[in-house]
Design a protein around this ligand. Structure first.
Ligand code: ZN
Ligand code: ZN
Ligand code: ZN
Length: 604
């Protein structure tokens, strides 16, 4: 069996059969105890999970919640774990110990220990990557097999699960190698069969993801009909225009229940093509490339810069919406002056025959305009002199004037006024002017945020500003209560939902290493499943790959969903909201002299 193995210090060098030790009283007690503690730890972890993840969705909905946790809860389907299934799944096993164990067992044929007289040739391992078949041959020539993994179709389950697990962590072949190396485990499949595993994982994940989108489409149709508002945004693997891969995402706008409807992944580069181009003559290359593209192996599906990916992807998604989903995306929610919107609006032939696509604003971006415009006002009037209480005042900022913290608070109230009056523009306008009036010592239209509404004894004019400042900033309020602007915000939606979806994508496919389009599509599909239907829906990927998801896999996904719901709930509590506001203020102080703060987060 090749090189001599290093000796384990805790064991005699020669393997000697010492009788059936499991019959001995001491060992037996230890075994039982170990087993009991294992069962208890399973019990404990099992119980830990149940309180976080109530087993029925109706239980979940009863808990007092923040808005975003409501969405997550509605996703959680009924899943009940059967504790009897806990004796399933894989374990890390030290093969040496397994061999030692089996050799102590009696051969069913000759009734003597299989490993008697320690003949080395009696144990042979046939390994296919992460799965092993260990064959023990007794001196009487009787053979006993041990298979470390079930099969799913033609491949071993262990070999299918492993790449899927590595991909879900956002790692690739190299990461798989490192992991196995550190665990003293045999290496992953070679690159070529790794590619094949990736293909299968992508196929299965895509199937489940398209189910999740169809479900989201059905929900939208039920609540909004077939002409709907969508939020459109792009994300790139690398910052700036050097990125070779980009993803365009289209989400429904449905309060806290926004979901992914469609995505397009674009790549303007193919690794294989680039390699072949260097090694073949021009004519040979063209011939080769035609074949390569025809076989669907080319990763490149976009000609042009990274900047042109968003308009291109958005148009593809809009054009196929009727055929794919039976929906018309008649209202486009996106950045202020988006190239993608003008591309869709001016498309020839028109995207939807005889239907105008209207542009809506992202309430988050509009909210930031308040901060930016007030800051600009402060800067603009820095050297202007005002008369106040018989004194001369320079500018409107600084002590007793409009400071960063105040601007941020006004911006926050402005956003809340928009989001709190969805679908009611006159009410929205009234609520926005109330912010101005409040600072101007009039409290008739104030909301619950005003001290006069809370408890007596607090000076209601604590945060009021001198009238010359109020006059100076009035034009900002006039601009930002403009009727056509508020109409475009009446939906109350933001692109934040796209942003959190993008975050899920790059968690599954890091931005730091270049990869092909298929790898990104895998990440996008996986993220779609989790975003629309929760982690638990990923169990369907395993079913697609013809294997049982299994007890511990299901348990893990339930726990992940539970943790996500809890996090969303914590995010929604008063204390955390205050902490967040404080952090925003600290940031504002930090960037006091720059525009960066108000611009940050606006776009990637
Ligand atoms: Zn035998
Ligand atoms: Zn190619
Ligand atoms: Zn007030």
């Amino acid at each position: 069996m090749g090189k001599p193995k290093p000796r384990r210090p805790d064991r005699p060098a020669k393997r000697k059969f010492n009788g059936n030790q499991h019959a001995g009283p001491t060992k037996k007690m230890i075994c039982e105890q170990d087993l009991r503690s294992v069962t208890e730890s399973i019990d404990a972890s099992y119980q830990n999970i149940i309180p976080h993840v109530p087993t029925s969705p109706s239980d979940l909905r009863d808990v007092k919640t923040s808005a975003s946790s409501v969405k997550l809860k509605q996703q959680t389907p009924d899943v009940v774990l059967d504790k009897e299934d806990s004796l399933t799944g894989f374990r890390f096993i030290d093969l040496e110990l397994l061999i030692e164990f089996v050799q102590k067992l009696l051969c069913p044929e000759c009734k003597r220990p299989i490993g008697e007289n320690q003949r080395l040739s009696t144990v042979v391992e046939h390994r296919t990557n992460q799965a092993s078949k260990v064959v023990f041959t007794c001196q009487c020539q009787h053979k006993v097999d041990f298979l470390s993994s079930k099969k799913c179709g033609k491949v071993f389950e262990a070999n299918r699960r492993f790449p899927l697990a590595i991909f879900s962590l956002g790692k690739n072949h190299c990461g798989a190698k490192r992991f196995l190396g550190n665990m003293n485990m045999p290496p992953p499949p070679h690159k070529k069969s790794w590619q094949n595993h990736k293909k299968q994982c992508l196929k299965a994940t895509r199937t489940v993801a398209s189910e999740c989108s169809s479900q989201a489409v059905a929900e939208v149709k039920t609540s909004k009909g077939t002409d709907v508002i969508v939020s459109v945004d792009g994300t790139w693997q690398r910052r700036g225009f050097s990125s070779k891969n980009g993803v365009v995402t289209v989400l429904s706008v449905n309060g806290q229940n926004s979901k992914v409807l469609d995505t397009v992944t674009l790549a303007n580069y193919c690794n294989v093509c680039a390699k072949e181009k260097n090694s073949l003559s021009e004519i040979d290359f063209q011939q080769w490339q035609a074949q390569h593209t025809a076989e669907g192996k080319c990763q490149k599906n976009h000609t042009g810069s990274a900047g042109s990916m968003e308009p291109e992807g958005a148009e593809r998604i809009f054009r196929r919406s009727e055929e794919k989903h039976g929906l018309r995306y008649t209202h486009y929610l996106g950045d202020g002056d988006s190239k993608s919107y003008s591309r869709i609006k001016n498309a020839d032939p028109p995207v939807y025959d005889g239907v105008e696509i209207a542009k809506l604003e992202c309430c988050g971006h509009v909210q930031k305009r308040m901060g930016r415009q007030l800051t600009n006002k402060v800067t603009e009037l820095k050297t202007t002199t005002f008369q106040h209480d018989g004194k001369q005042k320079k500018g409107i900022g600084g002590r007793g004037g409009l400071k960063k913290a105040g601007i941020l608070t006004i911006q926050g109230h402005y956003g809340a006024a928009i989001r709190g009056n969805v679908g009611n523009v006159p009410q929205m306008r009234k609520a926005i002017w109330a912010i101005w009036e409040h600072r101007n010592r009039q409290h008739t239209n104030c909301g619950n945020w005003c001290p006069t509404k809370k408890h007596n004894g607090v000076d209601p004019n604590k945060n009021s500003l001198p009238s010359y400042i109020m006059d100076a900033i009035k034009p900002v309020f006039v601009t930002l209560t403009d009727d056509s602007l508020l109409q475009k915000c009446a939906h109350g939606g933001t692109q934040n939902t796209n942003e959190s979806f993008h975050h899920l994508i790059w968690e599954r496919c890091p931005k730091t290493t270049f990869c092909g389009r298929d790898r990104i599509e895998l990440a996008v599909a996986d993220a779609t499943i989790v975003f629309n239907s929760g982690e638990i829906k990923r169990t369907d990927i395993f079913v697609e790959l013809k294997m049982e998801p299994g007890f511990y896999t299901t348990m893990c996904f339930m726990e992940l969903d539970g943790a996500r719901i809890q996090r969303a709930e914590v995010q929604g509590t008063q204390k955390v909201k205050q902490q967040r506001q404080q952090r925003a203020l600290d940031n504002a102080e930090q960037y006091a002299d720059t525009e960066e703060y108000y611009l940050s987060g606006a776009h990637e």
